[in-house]
Design a binder for this molecule. Sequence first.
Ligand code: HEM
Length: 380
Amino acid sequence: MRAAHPVAYPALGLLRAPARRVPGLGVLVRDAALLRATLMDTEHFSKTGPGAPSDLWTPVLGPAVLLNMEGADHLALRRKLGPLFAPAYVDQLVAASLPAAQLNARLVAGERVDLVAEAKRNASIMISQLVGLDSAQVDEDLFDRVGAITRFVRLSRPRLSDAQVRVARGILDELTAHARTAYRAGDEATVPGRMRALGLGEDEAMGAVGAFVLTGTETLVSYVPRLVALLIDSGWMPRLAHDPELIEPAIAEGLRVTTPSPVMLRSVVADATVGAVPVRAGDRVILATFLANGAAGAFDPEANPAASLKQLWFGAGTHFCLGAPLAMAQVRVTLRALLAAGPLEIVARRAARGVLIPSYARLELGRLSSPQGVSKPGPA
Ligand code: HEM
C-alpha cells in the first residue's frame, strides 16, 4: 500500500476519529458501522454529485453506468444485469476461460511463474469475454491499457482533466467497438450478445461493459497475488492445502486485510451528520474501507474476524459489488490451482508504484524444493 500511495495512506491512517473533516479532501470515515450506515443512507449520500464517482466517470463512460446512478433507474439496470452474475453463469464462464490447469501444470513441472503476469493474462481473458473479443485476439497489454485509465485517479483530484478524459475515452471506445459488434450479432455465447437477450439497449450494454472493465480488472490483478503472498508469508498455504474448509475464510480474510477497492466516495445530497461531523449538501465523503477493515485485526482465517464485516470490501446496500460472484469464482479457481501444485515459495517480488490500487508488479512463485511440515500458522 505504501508503494502505491507513500504519503496519502499513512497520513489517513493517522486520523483516529471515526469521522473527521480533512481540509481539501472531504469528510473521512474510518469506522465500519458508520461507513455501512453511510452506504445504506441513499437519502443523504449519493454516487452522483460533487466529488462523487459521477464526477470522475460520467465524462468517460456516459451518464448511466450503475456506478454513477441512483434511484429507480439504477435499480432497473441492476435487475437487468443480474443474470450475468448469477453464480451458475459466472462459474461456468470462469471454468471455461481461465487456464488454471496450465498454471498448475507449469508449477508442477518446476517452472517459475509470475503470478502478476498470470493475473493480468486472466484479466485480459475476462475483458475479452466481457467485450466479446475472440480469446485468440487477447493480448497482454489489454490490461495495461485499462490500468492507464485508473492511474489518472487521485483522492485529491475529484475530476479527470479534459486531456485525461480524451485518452480514457479513446481506450474504452476501442474496447467497446468489439462489444458493439458482438451485441449487434446477438450471439448469446458472448456477454454483449447475452446482454441484448436480457433486454439491455445498445448504449446501456456498452456503458455496462465499460463499467465492468474499469471496476473488475485491476481489483483482481491486485488481489490474487496479494492473497497468495499473504498466505505464503504467514505460513497458511500448506494448512489450506490440508484443510480446504479454511479456503473460504482465507479468501474473505485476504479481502478484508488487503481491501482491493480501498476507498468509496459519496456526495452529500441533503444536510446530515456523519458520526459527530455535520455535513452539508455538496460535501464529499471519503469512506476509507481499508482502515475500517484493517481495524478488525491481523489476517487470521481461523478466527475469521472478516465474518463480522458482511463483506464490506465489496461495499453495502444498493451499490454492493455486482461482480462479486465473478471475482470470487476467479479467486477460487486460481487459488485451488496453486494449492494443488504443492508447497510453493516466493522466489522474487516487487511492489507496483504509481498505481491506484496497491498491487505487486511482480510475484514470482516456484515449488518449494524442500517442503517443510505443516505447522500451525500464527496471525500475519
Ligand atoms: C476483488 C475484486 C473486487 C472488489 C474488491 C470490488 C469492490 C467493489 C466495491 C467496494 C464496490 C462498491 C463501490 C461503492 O459503493 O462505491 C463495487 C461495485 C461494483 N463492482 Fe466490484 N469489486 C471487485 C471485482 C469486480 C468485478 C470482477 C466486476 C465485474 C466485472 C465488478 C463490477 C462492479 C460493478 C459493476 C460495480 C458497481 C455496482 C453499482 O454501482 O451498482 N467488480 N465493487
